[in-house]
Design a binder for this molecule. Structure first.
Ligand code: G3H
Ligand code: 13P
Ligand code: ZN
Length: 323
C-alpha cells in the first residue's frame, strides 16, 4: 500500500540523498514516474496539486495512485510510494485528502502571517497525525506563482523562526525558500550572468541559509520546491519544433546534488517533466504531421519523461538503489 514519509525521510536524511516528488495529472505521467522509479529502485512521492484535482478529478487521481502501487509490483520490484497533496491551501482540502487515502499532505501557509501559518498548520497536523498521515509545512515564500499567490521576489526562510515553527506545529517536514521558484523561468536574464557560450547562469541558491536552518533543527527533514533544472536540450527542442520559449532558466543540477546531500530529503520537480513531454510531442507533430493516434505522441512523451526521471534519481537526487 501507500506509505507516509516518516521512515523514508529519516533514511534519506541519514543517507544523504533526496526522495523525488514528481507531480502527475494524467496516465502517461504516472506510468513514466512508476517505470522510472521501479527501474532505478527509488522510493517515490506522487504529488497531486489542487490544479491536478481540478483537471483530472480527485477520485480518478487517487485511485490511479493506488493502482500505481500494484503496477510497480507487477513491474517486478516493490518500491515505497507516497501519495502527497502538493500545496494544500486550506484545512478542508487537506482533510478531504486525508479522508480519501492520501498518506501525506502539504499545508502551505507560507503566505499567511507567521502566527496564522502556525495555527493553520497545527490544525492540519493534529487531524493528519490522528490518521497516520504526515504533514509538510512551509516557511518563506518562493518567487513567482505559489498556486494563486504571486510573489515577485522570494522571501527567504528566516532561520530564527524554524525551530519555533517546527515545535509548535508538529510538522514532519519543512519546505523552505532559499532561491528556488516554480516554473521554467526562475530567474530573469538580468539576475543571471552569461558564460563563455552565452548560456545564462543563475545566481546560486542561498546555501548559507540552509546551513543556518540545519544548525537550528539538526536532522529535521527539509523540502525544496521549485527544483526543476530546465534542461537546455528540451528548451532547444521545443523551439526547434515550432515552440517559443524565451530565456528559460532553472536550478543547475550541481546545486541540487549538493542540496540532496544535506537535510534536504524531498525535491519537487514538475516543470522539467512538462518540458520533456512538450519537446517530445512537438517533435512527433513536426516529423509526422499525419499522425493522429494520441498513443503515437503521448507514448514518446511518456518515454522521454521516464528517461528524465531515471536520470534525476540516479545522477541528481541519489535516490536510485535506495528502495
Ligand atoms: O507547485 C506547482 C506544481 O508544479 C503544480 O502545478 O498547480 O499547475 O498543477 P499546478
Ligand atoms: P518546478 O516548477 O521547479 O518543477 O517545481 C515544482 C514544485 O515545486 C511542485 O510543488
Ligand atoms: Zn511547489
Amino acid at each position: 500500500g501507500l506509505v507516509n514519509t516518516k521512515e523514508l525521510f529519516k533514511k534519506a536524511v541519514d543517507g544523504g540523498y533526496a526522495i523525488p516528488a514528481y507531480n502527475f495529472n494524467n496516465l502517461e505521467q504516472l506510468q513514466a514516474i512508476i517505470q522510472a522509479c521501479v527501474e532505478t529502485k527509488s522510493p517515490v512521492i506522487l504529488q497531486v496539486s489542487s490544479g491536478a484535482r481540478k483537471y483530472a478529478n480527485a477520485t480518478l487521481l487517487r485511485n490511479m495512485a493506488r493502482g500505481a502501487v500494484e503496477y510497480a509490483a507487477e513491474l517486478g520490484y516493490e518500491i515505497p510510494v507516497v501519495l502527497h497533496l502538493d500545496h494544500g491551501d486550506t484545512f478542508e482540502l487537506c482533510k478531504d485528502c486525508i479522508d480519501n487515502g492520501f498518506s501525506s499532505v502539504m499545508i502551505d501557509g507560507s503566505h499567511h502571517p507567521y502566527e496564522e501559518n502556525i495555527a493553520l498548520t497545527k490544525k492540519v497536523v493534529e487531524y493528519a497525525h490522528a490518521h497516520g498521515v504526515t504533514v509538510e509545512g512551509e516557511l518563506g515564500v518562493l518567487a513567482g506563482v505559489e498556486d494563486d499567490v504571486v510573489a515577485e521576489h522570494s522571501t527567504y526562510t528566516k532561520p530564527e523562526e524554524v525551530e519555533d515553527f517546527v515545535k509548535r506545529t508538529g510538522v514532519d517536514s519543512l519546505a523552505i525558500s532559499i532561491g528556488t521558484s516554480h516554473g521554467a523561468h526562475k530567474f530573469t536574464p538580468a539576475q543571471c550572468t552569461k558564460n563563455a557560450d552565452g548560456v545564462l547562469v543563475p545566481p546560486p541558491l542561498k546555501f548559507e541559509i540552509l546551513e543556518e536552518i540545519e544548525k537550528r533543527i539538526p536532522g529535521f527533514p527539509i523540502v525544496l520546491h521549485g527544483a526543476s533544472s530546465v534542461p537546455m536540450q528540451y528548451v532547444n527542442q521545443i523551439n526547434e519544433f515550432g515552440g517559443s520559449l524565451a530565456a528559460a532558466v532553472g536550478i543547475p543540477e550541481e546545486q541540487l546534488r549538493k542540496a540532496a546531500k544535506s537535510a534536504v530529503c524531498k525535491i519537487n520537480i514538475d516543470s522539467d517533466g512538462r518540458l520533456a513531454m512538450t519537446a517530445a510531442v512537438r517533435k512527433v507533430f513536426m516529423e509526422k504531421p499525419g499522425e493522429f493516434d494520441p498513443r503515437k505522441y503521448l507514448g514518446p512523451a511518456r518515454d522521454e519523461l521516464k528517461q528524465l526521471y531515471m536520470n534525476k534519481n540516479i545522477n541528481v537526487l541519489g535516490s536510485a538503489e535506495q528502495a
